[in-house]
Design a protein around this ligand. Structure first.
Ligand code: NAD
Length: 265
C-alpha cells in the first residue's frame, strides 16, 4: 500500500498502460483522477470503484493547457492536493515516413505526446511541491531512444519526452519533486491492437517481440509496475532518468544473437 491516501493523476487512463497503472495505484490505496479523451476514462473509474478503490473520471485533451489545469484542479479539490502525476497519454500518429509526414501531422503528434507532458510538469510540479515531496512519471518509448520503433514524428516526440524528464528534474532542483520516464517496448494495448490481432489470427505470435531477448511483447501491467515504482518512495533517489522497459531490445546493437544453451553453428 505505497500510495495510501495519495492524490494521483493518470492521463491516457482509459486504456492500455494508463488503465493498468490507474488500477494498480488504486489497489495500493491511491485516490486516482482518471483522465482520458474517451469514455474509457469512465470505464476505468468504474473498474476502480468496483474493486473498492477511489477514482474520479475526467474527459480531457491532455495536449490542451486549460484541460491540464482543469485536471489538476479536480485532483486538488477532490483529494486535497496532488502527489503524483503520470503523464502517459499518447498517440502513434500512424506510420507515415518522413516524406509523407506533413506539418499538420507532426504538429499534432508533438502537441499530444510532447507538449502534453510539458504542460503536465509545468502545472503539476508546483502543486506536488506543496506536499513536500512527490513524483512525475512520463511515458516516452524505445522509439525515443533511436530509430526503428515508430514514425519520425512519433520518435521525435518521444525523444523529446526523454529529454524533458532530464531537464525538468534539473529545473526542479530543491523542490523534492522527482521526474522520470518509462520507455516501453512493444506492449499489447489499444495502440498496438492491430499488430497483436494480426499475429494471433495468422498464428504468428512467435514473431511478436522476437527482436528482444525475451522473445515476446509486454503486457500493460509490466509497464504500469515500473511507473508505480518510479512514482513511489521506493524510487526516492531515482531522478531525471528514462528507464527502458523493453525486454532488453534497446540494450544491444543489431546483431545475430546466439540462443542461450545452444552452441554456434
Ligand atoms: N503500446 C506500446 O507498444 C507502446 C510503446 C511505447 C510507448 N507507448 C506509449 O504508452 C502510452 C500509452 O499508450 P498505450 O500503449 O497504453 O495505448 P492506448 O491507445 O491503449 O492508450 C492510450 C490512451 O491515451 C488516450 N489519449 C490519446 N490522446 C489523448 C489526448 N490528447 N488526451 C487525453 N487522452 C488521450 C487514448 O484515448 C487512450 O485511452 C502512450 O504515450 C504511448 O505512446 C506505447
Amino acid at each position: 500500500m505505497r500510495f495510501t491516501d495519495k492524490s494521483i493523476i493518470v492521463t491516457g487512463a482509459g486504456s492500455g498502460i494508463g488503465r493498468a497503472a490507474a488500477l494498480l495505484f488504486a489497489s495500493e490505496g491511491g485516490k486516482v483522477i482518471v483522465a482520458d479523451k474517451t469514455e474509457g476514462a469512465d470505464e476505468t473509474a468504474h473498474l476502480i470503484a468496483q474493486a473498492g478503490g477511489a477514482a474520479k473520471a475526467i474527459r480531457i485533451d491532455a495536449g490542451l493547457e486549460e484541460d491540464v489545469i482543469r485536471t489538476i484542479a479536480l485532483a486538488c479539490d477532490s483529494f486535497g492536493g496532488l502527489d503524483v502525476m503520470f503523464a502517459n497519454a499518447g498517440i502513434s500518429g500512424g506510420m507515415a515516413n518522413l516524406f509523407d509526414t506533413d506539418v499538420a501531422l507532426i504538429t499534432e503528434v508533438l502537441r499530444v505526446n510532447l507538449i502534453g507532458p510539458f504542460l503536465a510538469i509545468k502545472h503539476a510540479a508546483p502543486r506536488i511541491g506543496e506536499r513536500g515531496k512527490g513524483a512525475i512519471v512520463l511515458t516516452a518509448s524505445v522509439a525515443g531512444i533511436r530509430s526503428g520503433a515508430g514514425s519520425p514524428a512519433y520518435s521525435a516526440s518521444k525523444a523529446g519526452v526523454i529529454n524533458l524528464a532530464a531537464v525538468s528534474a534539473q529545473q526542479l532542483t530543491g523542490s523534492n519533486v522527482r521526474v522520470n520516464a518509462i520507455c516501453p517496448g512493444l506492449t499489447e494495448t489499444g495502440m498496438t491492437k492491430p499488430v497483436f490481432d494480426y499475429a494471433r489470427e495468422a498464428n504468428k505470435m512467435d514473431r511478436v517481440g522476437r527482436l528482444n531477448p525475451l522473445h515476446r511483447g509486454a503486457q500493460p501491467e509490466e509497464l504500469a509496475k515500473v511507473a508505480l515504482f518510479l512514482a513511489s518512495d521506493d524510487a526516492s533517489y531515482v531522478n531525471g532518468q528514462a528507464i527502458a522497459v523493453d525486454g532488453g531490445l534497446s540494450s544491444s546493437h543489431p546483431v545475430t544473437r546466439q540462443e542461450y544453451g545452444k552452441t554456434a553453428a
